[in-house]
Design a protein around this ligand. Structure first.
Ligand code: GLA
Length: 740
């Protein structure tokens, strides 16, 4: 996962090598509250016997039996690593063709390496499996993140044959689940409508979450899921498993509900068109699959992932993010030096901290005045910006702002010098037409020269000014009709995987060389939002949709898996450019404030009233953002619920402060005032509740009054929210206990 962290955190100082006699034994993969328990069987196979909350008396799992079928002669329990062959009839975790024509595998345990529990924040367990007969080994690598209650798994396949083997399935993780009913939430959508919660009841058969798009793989479906056992998913009750795959290429998550009503989940790289020739004495490592569990609803499981992402994934995960003004919706491709300097002046006046110059700043022979040309020619456009980027960046810094800039280095317009000079760098199938999407082609990142070029674009752009401290990295199409001029003929099917390895090698170089440059992840909005790319970024752009009425759905679903502090959320102009909806500046701000707040507009288009509101509210936000960025996220009421109210709360780790957000998404007619019961507070503390971001009226009758945590978590707050587009934000502050 987070390569930098894993390297130093996983300390194999105190190792236990389990003795491998044929006796049954339990292997505990433990976090502070949850555990995954494996069992070594008499026949040296490894089973998964438990995944859930920790409990006393696990020894009984040694003898737990799964056997019921009279036609099975020997004990048969859910395997840790059900490869093709043997008793398994499902989609296999591994399918490999061996050089001798054998198509099956039969793995038993070879050795187990486990650190003494609690020696670091992460305990790594490695189970080395070997084929009973042939020279093939598999390492199952399990990392337990103790405090965060997250367990990750990856696989390393090692070929000890003297000849290559061919991998046809290579999942990262298998998880058997047992319940009466399985409610699966997928996060699918489309451009400007990414990450929508879509819950279904699984029935016998296979349901698949996958991408075959190579790049921008998460725009229509995210490699994450929420599985609720026995009842529909609730924020604060019920058993939930959250899973997410850390991979920036084609992925596949397979849910196979079998004839015994047990659910078999497999997650990993999509084997689609990707058979992989593994040479003799070489290994193949899968990405990591991330698991967490809660028996008190998905809010808890999401908080586990947020903590884990802040501590181990994101760059500067435990620092608050700055307020950005991005030029895209305010200027698109039409700007010059004056436009940008005016924007910077206005941004400074509003209290913005970073100015980001988006697309349109480069290309001379093919000036980037639209998305039709210029991509690939990363030289400053002399006509628009004759004094260069340094002049703008220095200007921003002189106004107290940081300066950032947009790049899309993996792509090229046919209308560019790069496309004409380096045709062999373009992804294409020989003799076939190269399809365009957003008027662009993809560069072949399997090629080391292209990797050098792409990291060079980053380096050269940063060196345009010593005042650049932020890069927005975009990727605006997916791959079609693939083919690589670099890969040999017998390894063309490695393309989908090697593209991602190429991308990661570029990312690694960049973050090493530029530890202080902030990087935003973007791919036409949320097209590359997954835990494989996130370790190289500080934040992500969740969607090009900035309309609060629709974005609130995107943000809610996004934050079930990914942390709000990294969810860049921008206030834009009304009516909204994507949807045409109108909304008040307060409603737009209140929605954006739940993530990493920014602006994406031409400040000159704001009314005096809007400008005044933004100034005051940005100031307040800066005082309070530690609550949303570093605190705990409590989803109180999902926007996907039918009554068209939604509410979310954030509480600091020490429970001394909280922010409560609620929104009316429709007109409610004559009805009682909606009531929201709060969560996560200390029942014994007293909190002063203050309504903030007030524009024309107050929505809470009790502003600045004090209430006990117990009251707020039993009775709650009722708010005068009636109309579509009304919202209320409350700040809760612990009051000192009176000393008598
Ligand atoms: C993508 C991004 C936008 C913007 C444009 C620029 O669509 O998602 O935010 O940067 O590209 O072309």
């Amino acid at each position: 996962m987070n390569r930098k962290v894993i390297v130093f955190q996983v300390v194999f100082v105190f190792l236990s090598f389990f003795s491998l006699n044929a006796a049954k034994q339990l292997i505990h993969i433990e976090c502070s509250d949850i555990s995954l328990i494996l069992r070594q069987e008499d026949n040296l196979k490894i089973s998964i016997v438990y995944f859930g909350n920790k409990f006393e008396g696990t020894d009984a799992l040694l003898t737990k039996s799964y056997q019921r079928r009279p036609d099975n002669e020997e004990e048969f329990s859910p395997a840790l690593y059900p490869a093709y062959g043997g008793r398994y009839y499902m989609e296999p975790v591994l399918k490999v063709s061996l050089p001798n024509g054998v198509e099956t595998c039969d793995f038993i345990i070879d050795s187990i390496v486990q650190p003494h529990a609690g020696s670091t924040g992460i305990s790594r367990t490695v189970l080395i499996l070997k084929d009973k007969k042939y020279p093939l080994k598999v390492d199952v690598v399990l990392d337990a993140y103790t405090a965060e209650n997250v367990i990750t798994q990856k696989i390393k396949v090692r070929n000890y044959f003297a000849a290559p083997i061919v991998l046809e399935r290579f999942y990262a993780s298998y998880m058997p689940v047992f319940a009466d009913q399985y409610f699966l939430t997928q996060f699918n959508g489309t451009w400007a409508n990414e990450m929508q919660c879509n819950e279904i009841l699984l029935t016998q058969g296979t349901r698949v979450i996958e991408s075959k798009k190579g790049v921008r793989t998460t725009q229509s479906e995210n490699p994450s899921f929420m599985l609720s056992l026995d009842t529909e998913a609730q924020p604060d009750r019920g058993e939930i498993i959250l899973g997410s795959l850390a991979w920036s290429g084609n992925y596949k998550i397979n849910f196979e509900l079998d004839e015994f009503n047990s659910l078999n989940i497999l997650a990993g790289i999509n084997p689609y068109a990707s058979s992989y020739k593994l040479e003799s004495m070489k290994s193949f490592t899968t990405p990591q699959m991330i698991w967490t569990y809660s028996n008190t609803g998905y809010g808890r499981a999401s908080r586990n992932l947020h903590d884990w992402a802040r501590n181990y994934v994101l760059r500067n995960g435990n620092q608050v993010g700055k307020v950005v003004l991005n030029s895209w919706e305010g200027a698109y491709f039409s700007f010059d030096e004056k436009t940008i300097k005016n924007m910077i002046d206005n941004a400074a006046e509003m209290g913005v901290e970073t100015f980001v110059l988006d697309d349109g700043w480069f290309g001379n022979d093919y000036p980037r005045n639209s998305d039709r040309q210029g991509l690939g020619d990363w030289q400053v456009n002399k006509k628009k910006l004759p004094k260069g980027i340094d002049d703008l960046a220095a200007y921003a810094v002189s106004k107290g702002l940081k300066f950032g800039i947009w790049i899309e280095p993996e792509m090229v317009n046919p209308q560019s010098n790069l496309a004409k000079e380096k045709p062999e760098w373009i992804v294409k199938s020989p003799g076939r037409e190269i399809t365009t999407l957003r008027n662009q082609w993809v560069l072949d990142l399997t090629n080391p020269d292209v990797q050098d070029f792409v990291s060079g674009v980053f380096k050269n752009t940063v060196s345009l000014s010593s005042d650049i401290s932020y890069i927005k990295w975009d990727a605006n199409r997916y791959i079609e009709s693939f083919g690589s001029s670099y890969l040999p003929e017998d390894k063309q099917s490695h393309f989908w995987i090697e593209y991602v390895h190429g991308l990661y090698s570029v990312y690694e170089r960049i973050v090493k060389a530029f530890p202080d440059i902030e990087i935003q992840l973007c791919a036409s909005g949320g097209g590359r939002l997954e835990y494989g790319a996130l370790p190289f970024h500080n934040e992500f752009w969740a969607s090009d949709n900035t309309d609060p009425f629709t974005r609130i759905f995107i943000q809610y679903a996004t934050n079930i898996i990914y942390p709000p502090k990294a969810t860049a959320s921008h206030v834009s102009i009304s009516p909204n450019h994507q949807t045409g909806n109108s909304s008040s500046i307060k409603f737009r701000f209140d929605v954006a404030m739940m993530g990493r707040l920014g602006l994406e507009l031409q400040p000159e288009d704001l009314t005096e009233k809007e400008l005044g509101f933004l100034k005051t509210s940005i100031k307040k936000y800066k005082e309070l953002r530690h609550i949303t960025h570093l605190g705990d996220w409590f989803p109180l009421k999902s926007p996907y619920a039918s009554d068209k109210y939604t509410a979310t709360q954030f509480v600091t780790k020490d429970k001394s402060e909280a922010l409560f957000f609620s929104y009316s998404l429709d007109y409610h007619g004559r009805t009682w005032m909606p009531n929201f019961v709060l969560q996560g507070l200390d029942p014994n503390k007293t909190y002063k509740v203050t309504e903030i971001n007030v524009l024309d009226k107050y929505y809470f009758w009790g502003t600045t009054k004090t209430f006990t945590g117990a009251y707020l978590m039993k009775v709650g707050v009722n708010l005068n929210l009636l109309l579509r587009g009304e919202s209320c934000v409350l700040h809760l502050q612990e009051q000192p206990t009176p000393v008598f």
